[in-house]
Design a protein around this ligand. Structure first.
Ligand SMILES: Cc1cc2nc3c(=O)[nH]c(=O)nc-3n(C[C@H](O)[C@H](O)[C@H](O)COP(=O)(O)O)c2cc1C
Ligand code: SF4
Length: 496
């Protein structure tokens, strides 16, 4: 297996070694900020440790919770983090492959089972949130023949460009099929002069809807339908017993695209920052009205989109202020993860938003530039925290990205750069790592190597596991294996 071949790496490709660690004793952990309590709205977390949302591809094709989903989160809960955010879960009741869904009441019993399993496994110590997502349609990259024959609409401008290229006015009167057949013969350079940027993108990456495609009715009506869809899914999540919901306003998906500086909608929901944040605020207001003031409502958004023409930290500072004023209970910061700079997929595969430079910033690996992957995104969280705190909002800010040691986590909190430490891959590598730190057993921690084997699996929509444990202790009783029958699905039990 050669995962994760398709991920971008900084050209310097400096291989960083893991930071040297000294783990805390039990009493040091007990006295630490990391293991101190914190309030999110009316909810108190048992510590400032946080497992950010991660899709492990274990739901059914109909979006239901499976035993494997339950096992995955119960395994995290055994390590007793302060909070677990359950993976991006669809708000619509439409087929979306093995992605969890919350857009209908029939999903509530499965979600409830998941909540109960986390509460049981953590002895009630871990709060459980769910990340709610909306995303737009994306198709696989077509073969060029299929593209020109089925998806391409011949227009006068194509005929004109072709007749200019061939220096032959006869092309102006040719039928569609002849134009399509001729375009199919052309090389990239010639196509660049004839097709629009969007047509080239559809040909080379596959068709993908944008929030500014307002000529499409389903896109134009997003501001009318999304508040209710989010509110409905949030209400279902609370009926299932979740402690809170996290609105997914990050990465490559619908709400992040509304916030994006690339959003050119001209209906009052695009262009200026004020208009780009309008729908995200309307969603917050609608969800809040439905769930009530006492429920925990937070969101995840980008401190920087890391794409040409995209949002920078100045945009994020503006949005953070508005989110804080709107009364959210936490802000979780991420970075990048966009379609705009994704690698070109192979024919028959869909573009994946974590394969370009912005994807690298989202899940930085040890093959890096001079800065390296460790705690790489803290500065964004820190400037956002400072700006909202200065404006009198004391909403907890969650940071994540390459944080896998006690010292790093503790110093971020001590310097006041963030309020809560998110650790995604380190928690996959060792779901017990929070507990091991707490009881002074840090030497037992299996440390994430940040080489992104797990992310390679995610990219291929394969069940996510960790290279450090997926073939280990295969004789453990009742272990479950992945679809290939070769990899265990949850980390081995910690034998203290
Ligand atoms: C397998 C995998 C799946 C992920 N899925 C999500 C997701 O559903 N929603 C989300 O906001 N971030 C997702 N992420 C990003 C993580 O939440 C996190 O921001 C990122 O991995 C950086 O943190 P880390 O360095 O601690 O891993 C995913 C990451 C991984 C590795
Ligand atoms: S596969 Fe394991 S070690 Fe590698 S990045 Fe993922 S969690 Fe870390």
């Amino acid at each position: 297996m050669v995962y994760p071949a398709a991920m971008w790496q900084p050209p310097q490709r400096i291989k960083h070694t893991l930071p040297v660690v000294s783990w805390p004793s039990e009493s040091e952990a007990a006295a630490s900020k990391l293991f101190s309590k914190i309030k999110l709205g009316g909810l108190e977390l048992s510590s400032r440790t946080w497992v950010p949302a991660m899709v492990p591809w274990r739901a059914t094709d109909e979006g239901f919770v499976t035993d494997d989903v339950v096992d995955w989160y119960a395994r995290f809960a055994q390590g007793r983090p302060g909070a677990i955010v359950v993976e991006a879960t669809g708000i619509r009741d439409v087929p979306s492959g093995p992605l969890m869904r919350a857009g209908h009441e029939r999903f509530i019993p499965g979600l409830r089972r998941l909540v109960e399993a986390v509460k049981d496994a953590s002895d009630g110590q871990t709060a459980i949130f769910i990340q709610l997502i909306d995303f737009l349609q994306i198709r696989r990259r077509p073969a060029a023949e299929t593209f020109f024959a089925r998806f391409f609409k011949v227009e006068a401008r194509h005929r004109e460009a072709l007749s200019k290229l061939r220096a032959d006015a006869a092309w102006l009167a040719c039928d569609d099929q002849a134009v399509q057949a001729e375009l199919l013969q052309l090389g990239d350079e010639d196509l660049d002069t004839i097709l629009s940027a969007r047509e080239l993108d559809d040909l080379r990456f596959g068709y993908r809807e944008r929030v500014w495609d307002t000529h499409l009715p389903q896109i134009r009506e997003l501001p009318q339908v999304l508040p209710e869809l989010f509110a409905n899914a949030a209400a279902n999540a609370f009926s299932a017993g979740f402690d809170g919901v996290e609105l997914h306003y990050a990465h490559a998906y619908t709400m992040a695209s509304f916030l994006s500086a690339l959003n050119t909608r001209d209906d009052g929901y695009g262009k200026s920052r004020e208009e780009r944040v309008r729908l995200p605020l309307e969603v917050i207001a609608h969800v809040r009205k439905r769930i009530g003031e006492d429920r925990v409502l937070g969101l995840r958004f980008l401190g920087d989109e890391v794409i040409d023409g995209g949002n920078r930290v100045e945009d994020a500072l503006f949005f953070a202020q508005r989110f804080a004023e709107a009364g959210v209970d936490f802000l979780s910061l991420s970075k990048g993860g966009k379609f705009e700079d994704a690698k070109q997929p192979k024919v028959g595969k869909a573009a994946y938003p974590y394969t370009g430079p912005s994807g690298y910033e989202c899940m930085p690996s040890v093959y890096s530039d001079e800065r390296g992957p460790f705690a790489r995104n803290v500065a964004l969280a820190s400037s956002i925290k400072k700006s909202i705190n200065d404006a009198g909002h004391n909403i907890p800010v969650v940071t994540a990205g390459g944080i896998g040691t006690f010292e790093e986590a503790e110093s971020i909190l001590s310097r006041g750069e963030a309020d809560i430490i998110g650790a995604a891959r380190q928690t996959i590598a060792d779901p017990d790592w929070f507990l091991k730190m707490r009881v002074g057993a840090g030497e037992d921690i299996r440390r994430c190597e940040y080489t992104n084997y797990c992310e390679g699996l995610d990219q291929n929509h394969k069940q996510v596991t960790c290279k450090l444990w997926d073939r280990k202790e295969m004789d453990e009783p009742a272990i479950k294996l992945d679809h290939s029958g070769k990899r265990r699905l949850t980390a081995p039990t910690w034998k203290r």
